[in-house]
Design a protein around this ligand. Structure first.
Ligand code: ATP
Ligand code: LTN
Length: 336
């Protein structure tokens, strides 16, 4: 508990331009929760370098991501929006927790398998120990809830296992967190291949709607979206393309899938795709305006970053000190 509120932790990597999948699967749910909980939302830049990043692009992207968090509706005064790499405790606890994680557990991680296949020329140890760093992120802030998309479920499970294992040896050091999976938009699929998740690192830009796409691009991509044969707008397993568009429509309008099916009963795919594009644009429009305002105000953004970095450091160090002590590390002499 911090200030009488339960703690919630989540974050995104600064690996590419955010997609509608990131928004509906993560950001939007965060915004719904950011009043009720004390939230820490990190820009996971340490995780980002498990894939090669071009330095100047990377620097810009990480900063833009903080601005986008705010533009999407996260309150940077009530919550802590910060850069993971600014808080050294993450790396330190990750090392410690790595000594409480089995290779057999890491071998089972599907994200590692997927990313290794995708980046066969750079299967680095960081990619392998990625879930340990993620566990450190969450456990450092004693978070009770972790809102993420379905694709992160396995990482959450291993975080719980590591926390429980550590606590079983040393007593209650870490809060054992729970995953929090939004109902809608939990897995937005690619518009070009509805069996694959929409991803910011997809090579085919037509498969993803980017949060910064302008209105015309959104219409173009929706029109081109792969659909199924037939002409019924109905949610079903044998219609992955239409089901994905229904999910997106529902996520953007807050209407249920059933309501949407009724609304488009008897209408064609063409009309439906245009309505989906319109729904997406009505969500993205206000975010674009707010983002432009924030990114131009350098002093404001710098102030937020500085303030929130030190807040994150304070809470993270508190947990790290506790873990160090339990393990039996010698005390670090305090500077006078
Ligand atoms: P990458 O393509 O680089 O692996 P990503 O698009 O999967 O990245 P992350 O930074 O790994 O994005 O994830 C940020 C958050 O967005 C996570 O909570 C993740 O579950 C969620 N998310 C990512 N893609 C989707 C998607 N297609 N549908 C729903 N949620 C998603
Ligand atoms: N692996 C996460 C990003 C992430 C994260 C976290 C999410 C890193 N550390 C801690 C929640 C809590 C992803 O979304 N790809």
């Amino acid at each position: 508990m911090i200030d009488g509120k339960k703690v919630l932790y989540s974050g995104m990597q600064a690996t590419g331009n955010l997609t509608l999948g990131n928004y509906l699967g993560a950001l939007k749910n965060w915004v719904d929760l950011n009043e009720e909980y004390k939230c820490f939302f990190g820009v996971m830049d340490l995780h980002s370098i498990t894939i090669r990043q071009e330095p100047s692009e990377f620097r810009k992207r990480a900063r833009n991501l903080i601005a986008l968090y705010i533009a999407a509706g996260l309150d940077p005064v009530k919550n802590c929006l910060y850069f993971q790499s600014h808080v050294p405790a993450h790396a330190e606890l990750a090392w410690i927790l790595g000594c409480f994680t089995y290779m057999g557990e890491l071998n089972r991680m599907t994200q590692f398998k997927d990313k290794s296949a995708k980046h066969a020329d750079n299967i680095n140890a960081g990619l392998y120990t990625y879930p340990v760093l993620m566990a450190a992120d969450i456990l450092l802030y004693q978070a009770e809830y972790v809102p993420v998309g379905e694709d992160q479920r396995q990482h959450l499970e291993i975080t719980r296992d590591i926390a429980q294992r550590f606590n079983a040896i040393y007593g209650d050091v870490f809060v054992v967190p729970e995953g929090f999976y939004g109902k809608r938009g939990a897995k937005v699929m690619s518009l070009q291949d509805p069996l694959k998740k929409m991803s910011k690192s997809d090579e085919n830009p037509n498969g993803s709607i980017y949060l910064m796409d302008d209105a015309d691009a959104v219409v173009r991509k929706c029109k081109r979206a792969v659909t199924d044969s037939g002409n019924e707008i109905r949610y079903s397993e044998d219609k992955p393309g239409i089901s994905n568009l229904l999910d997106i429509y529902s996520g953007c309008t807050n209407k249920s899938v059933e309501e949407a099916e009724k609304e488009f009963d008897g209408k064609g795919y063409g009309d439906f795709k245009l309505a989906v594009a319109e729904a997406i644009n009505s969500v993205l429009g206000p975010i674009h305006m707010e983002y432009e305002r924030i990114i131009k105000d350098k002093n404001y953004l710098d102030g937020i970053i500085k303030e929130n970095d030190s807040q994150a450091m304070y809470f993270a160090n508190k947990t790290l000190r506790k873990a160090r002590k339990k393990i039996g590390f010698t005390d670090i002499p305090r500077k006078e």
